[in-house]
Write a protein that binds this ligand. Sequence first.
Ligand code: OGA
Ligand code: NI
Length: 368
Amino acid sequence: MAIKTDRHALEAHISPTIAANTKRLLLSDLVSSDKIDQVPSNYIRPISQRPNLQNVYHDHTIPLIDLHDLSTPNRSHVVQQIGRACRDYGFFQVKNHGVPESTISNMMNIAREFFKLPEEERLKTYSDDPTKTTRLSTSFNIRTEKVANWRDFLRLHCHPLHDYIHEWPTNPEAFRDHVAEYCRSARGLALVLVEAISESLGLERDYINRQLGNHGQHMALNYYPPCPQPDLTYGLPGHTDLNLITILLQDEVPGLQVLRNGNWVAVDPVPNTFIINIGDQVQVLSNDKYKSVLHRAVVNCEKERISIPTFYCPSRDAVIGPASELVSGDEPAVYRQFTYGEYYDKFWNRGLATENCLDMFTVTSSSS
Ligand code: OGA
Ligand code: NI
């Protein structure tokens, strides 16, 4: 890769540790410094695993649910819609969700500003250790994966806020304020959704929230640079989310696709809505009534894309298993009990492998 003149210009401004690295730590810096017109070989998927972008459905989508009526006598109607979406799709969009537009735009703008900071500024939080509670990294898990993904990401733990906020970046200056405000608001929405999901399963409204120990909340700021050959690689390959529910904020650039009846369906952005998907922990708690669905992020040649998932989850010590009300002689428990910490560690150690992490926690699994 021809980087000679750029490299000299850059070396004058960046710290010796970064300059000593001939290999860029972050994809965004590789893309912007080397002006690459081909995907480097470590990002190329074997032919059988490529995204096959011509075969994606663009005329189907996931349900859009208006949450306004959750606080009216019509609540049960909304709960039913949520239950149906969880059962049939594993995914839905929400409007009238209660997160102010200004909170959303501040969050998106600060994420965009963060990824535009100079390399040495962003790299202050760089780490490839998935146990770090605040870290900037690239791909998915570079310690375990064989093929890299076309993504950089900043991952933050954000509940309880006061345990983590001191680790967060202070540049851009408003980062902590805007992100904390967004986290509080997204948490409010998560609690409301988890109540509705609990009710839709015929459980007490607060049943699931009571299973989550002290609760946890993580988020990712995903940055997908433009990609010269988007049909050879992924932003994120097909995976399920390991947490309880995910609240995804995305900018105006499409990229998310959801597996439905064996076909990939594009979920294009709708302004001021969130995309909600249930994760592995809801699949376990519901004893397989609701399925944690495969989804992926693809990239495109022209535009960078930012997406910001909030991963609502149990705390590490919370014990998760199928709700006893949903287990019977006809429907025996599919999963054994485990702590969320055990699940979390197994998920990250396995990388984003194609096999489902849930399989390691079934009652019949020998690997437990
Ligand atoms: C994720 C994810 C989708 C997207 O971060 O788990 O599925 O559109 N992201 O970025
Ligand atoms: Ni995901």
